[in-house]
Design a protein around this ligand. Sequence first.
Ligand SMILES: [Zn+2]
Length: 677
Amino acid sequence: MSNPLLQKFKSKHTTAPFSKINNEHFKPAFKEGIKRAKAEIDTITNNTDVPTFKNTIEALDFSGYTLDRLSSVFFNLNSAETNDEIQKIAQEVSPWLSEFSNDIRLNKKLFQRVKSLYENRKNLELTTEQNTLLDKKYKSFSRNGANLNDTDKAKLREIDKKLSKLSLQFGENVLAETNAYELHISNEDEIKGLPQGAKEAAQLLAKEKDKEGWIFTLDYPSYVPFMTYVNNRELRENLAKAFGSRAFKQNKNDNQQIVLDIVKLRHKRANLLGYKTHAHFVLEERMAETPEKVLSFSNDLLVKAKPAAEREFDQLKSYAQKDGIEQLQKWDGAYYSEKLKKDIFDLDQEALKPYFRLENVINGVFEVANKLFDLQFNKVDDIDKYHEEVKTYEVTNSKGDFIAIFYADFFPRKGKRNGAWMTSYKSQWIKDEENSRPHVSIVCNFTKPTETKPSLLTFNEVTTLFHEFGHALHGMLANTTYPSLSGTSVYWDFVELPSQILENWCYEKEALDLFARHYESNEPIPQEMVQKIKDSSNFLEGTQTLRQLSFGMLDMSWHGKDPSDIDNVKDFETSVFADTILYPDIAENCMSTSFSHIFQGGYSSGYYSYKWAEVLDADAFELFKETGIFNKKTANKFTKNILSQGGTEKPMALYKRFRGKEPNADALLKRAGLLKK
Ligand SMILES: [Zn+2]
């Protein structure tokens, strides 16, 4: 047997042996990996000794090593370097994996062991981290109904079945409605204002459908530029109404009843499991903890952002008036905002790019990490990698201690999915007094170098690199005992703090001076450019805040109260939006019927997290601003209490230990220019 995925990785630091792996290794490896993991679980379950933390909880957390390592290799490849064959294997092995985790969740004997420990936890003399792990393991059963009697278990399964069908149907309806619409333009005058790139894309779309002219759809890459740039107001109105009325037309794709069914079933499910509402159920495992806290946070922000939003709206109104617009409508928003922004700032993204040569930005982010966290990134060539473009680093501290392996994969290519993300090939843990260090990776799709020019990043790409690097630091600086609590394994509304806080350094002259130099002249970026970047990033911040809050409040209103009495989706939505509207309502439009985040994807009771994460990162960065953005003491505090701690404790406790207080919205409002100092 010579399947490299099933042998102990023999390389230095046990990095993944990419060059030895072929596609035919995966399936047999998954089969065997699951078998081994099952055997380990059986050993725990069938242990005749009384359950102890060590023989049950700790053993569970360290089980499945082979499966974990090979899964991380496989699924990371499926994102960063995939092909038809890998995708086919993914389709085949995914059900095996969910069956395996279902088997664990439904394992009654195992649950009894976990439960007996959980109920006796006060007497076990556990550390904080061990308590958290016990709680996490127990909840992974109880939140899935392990404590219910057989009748209620059957009910729960029935609800879950219905819910997954409804979510699927919801998504299919939105998709069908999105695809059912197209705007076919044959007279170029009608799309005046549209940038060349968007025009070409529309032309290509027409060609694909064997038509002359230009075709626009309700997909974002087509819809957004149209609403932002096309001068023809009537066409913008048509498109906006088509977009906003998806699945709200009393036809076979209508989602109104589905929305009502979903929220009522979710409520029933939560009640069955002993929670007041679906939001209470979800928020139990969030930093925000309760719907009440989310609402008070949202209201607090709303009160402060609303006056600014109204001022901005007035400004936009009078700006549009010069164009003869008497009543500003929703389909005017993006269009006049873009024009006004250009008038005020005239920030030329192209002129910024020469200051952001990729190599300089990477060195910049490494230098920031060095100044703050004492990390050194040593490029090495003896680490096996999955593509020649991947760069590999050994990360150490100034004492020479090995901290982590870092992979960086920057450019788009066939077989890599869109976007940017951080991931890992091995998490960190401590076992038998050995601190086993993590292997962390970031994957991006940045502007490629050409024959004549190096890779020059847009400012947006610069902040993306800092963002993903922030996640990577969370992984690399992990210092916990148990793998499932390590690094980025934290509550969902806490995970963006390390990433978003790092973006702040991109707006600081002191940090930019380390790396933002013209790639030809080596001139540092001019101060007025930095100021422009800052100012324009705050443009219409009040309006944006109000918009985000309104979506979060809609989500929380659907899920944070008993929905039994709600019978009209549009009326309900209108009442929720009453405090946040700026534009006149469009009677034939409805947000909820195409709000896929919360009715199809996994964001239900979680939409607030976007703003929540911003509040956190601004509040945390405030301490750096007060003490100096490269202040070692503050950075140490951040590492000690946040970056190294993973999910070993409730995030609010960790945060307070770093910050000395709970976060509040003032720093965000100040940064956004919504609050006078
Ligand atoms: Zn992120």
